[in-house]
Design a protein around this ligand. Structure first.
Ligand SMILES: Cc1cc2nc3c(=O)[nH]c(=O)nc-3n(C[C@H](O)[C@H](O)[C@H](O)COP(=O)(O)OP(=O)(O)OC[C@H]3O[C@@H](n4cnc5c(N)ncnc54)[C@H](O)[C@@H]3O)c2cc1C
Length: 375
């Protein structure tokens, strides 16, 4: 049986589990993180190397303060570690005629005082040689947005967490957990562990780990592709921003060249419903069609050659809002799930919320993140 009792045990040391460990460590808690794979991997929701960070957020007003908090926290982590995590290369959001994704971002930017310059297709072509949108397309440019380096972010959070009393057991899947009035018991094939609180941050596995709750979660198969470019100089961070588009082709977005050849592109919409156990993990070149089509319609110098692809999973809720709450029947269990393909930017701010929910009896979840909204 366990030889010590941890203040908090975290089930799942991926994105949000790492952030929770970091936030708990800053508050002086003892923490055991149990992760079924290595720390940082491509089997769940954080694979693919980079994530967009943008401030003109149309998904709901509640996200705006959370995003500014996350921006501050990412920056202070960078300063503390002397490393780069948030690359502020700017974002260009473009709408084809009849689409309003960028327009909704512009409305959010206006409400929240975020710099977001509205420009037409001719101006876009003039400013960036790599973009060639047809006449009629319009877009907004926000210079303070950019992308997060996933590996630098998560390994940075863990490095700071480990300065406190935080232990990570990698390659140790949790096979069962229970909550009693006195605390929580967690079992793996290697041992049994006792804690005061349990935080479940199991990503696409959350539905299985929390099967008692019957959460309305849908796991969706998503792919990221690296597309070869003929003139790499046009696609470097600094001269080429992150971009997001809405058009007949889909909601295709992409990144400058970073750490490996080619520009990473993906389609936000669609994807097959799947499970982490049965998902087809092989990315096929023909699945890159919308990325290649977008490059043909709106870019200069991007080829049709797919260099590589990585499969990843969204875990969607019916309203695409997150779940960050206490277990309704087990108050010593806190959970974060259903990040619906847009959670990474908020990571350290979600870590703080999880630490508060676990350590402070009076802490309340954000209303849009509550479980009881599902009835
Ligand atoms: C293709 C793609 C693109 C995205 N783009 C963006 C973007 O541009 N901007 C943005 O903000 N967000 C983006 N996201 C979303 C973001 O990456 C996710 O919201 C976030 O990574 C979810 O974190 P998580 O902790 O829930 O899941 P994960 O990071 O997958 O962590 C869950 C962890 O739990 C572990 N686990 C599960 N079960 C067990 C068990 N029984 N025992 C031990 N460990 C277990 C898993 O191994 C995993 O490590 C994107 C996601 C995808 C898939």
């Amino acid at each position: 049986m366990a030889d010590r009792t941890w203040d908090v045990i975290i089930l799942g040391g991926g994105t949000m589990g790492t952030a929770a460990a970091w936030a708990l460590s800053l508050r002086g808690a003892s923490v055991l993180v149990l992760e079924q794979f290595g720390h940082i991997h491509t089997m769940g929701s954080h694979g693919g190397g980079t994530r967009i960070f943008r401030h003109a957020y149309a998904e709901g007003p509640e996200y705006v303060p959370l995003m500014f908090r996350a921006d501050d926290l990412w920056c202070s982590l960078e300063n503390q570690l002397g490393t780069s995590i948030l690359h502020r290369v700017g974002i260009l959001e473009m709408d084809a005629p009849g689409y309003d994704h960028a327009k909704r971002a512009r409305a959010s930017a206006e409400r929240n005082g975020v710099e977001f310059e509205w420009i037409d297709a001719a101006e876009i072509r003039k400013r960036w040689s790599a973009f060639n949108p047809p006449d009629g397309w319009e877009g907004g440019y926000s210079p303070i947005a950019g992308f997060l380096d996933v590996e630098a972010g998560l390994s940075g959070l863990l490095a700071v967490a480990r300065r406190g009393d935080v232990t990570l057991h990698a390659d140790e899947p949790v096979v069962s957990w229970e909550s009693t009035t006195g605390g929580v018991q967690v079992r793996t094939a290697k041992g049994a562990y006792s804690g005061g609180k349990l935080i479940v941050t199991a990503g696409p596995w959350a539905g299985d780990v929390l099967s008692d709750l019957g959460l309305p979660l849908e796991v969706v198969r998503k792919d990221n592709f690296w597309i070869d470019v003929d003139q790499p100089a046009l696609f470097q961070p600094g001269v080429f921003p992150v971009f997001a588009t809405a058009s007949d082709i889909g909601e295709v977005y992409g990144f400058p060249i970073f750490r490996r050849p080619g520009i990473k592109m993906a389609e936000h919409r669609g994807g097959e419903t799947t499970t982490p156990q049965t998902i087809d993990r092989l990315a096929k070149d023909e699945e890159a069609q919308s990325c290649v089509d977008l490059a043909a319609v709106a870019m200069n110098g991007a080829s049709r050659r797919v260099i590589n692809g990585v499969i990843c999973m969204y875990t969607r809720t019916p309203d695409d809002h997150f779940i960050v709450d206490r277990h309704p029947a087990k108050p010593n269990v806190v959970l974060a799930a259903g990040f619906s393909g847009h959670g990474f930017k908020f990571t350290p701010a979600i870590g703080e919320q999880l630490a508060n929910l676990a350590l402070d009896q009076d802490a309340e979840p954000f209303s849009i993140f509550r479980i009881d909204r599902f009835g």
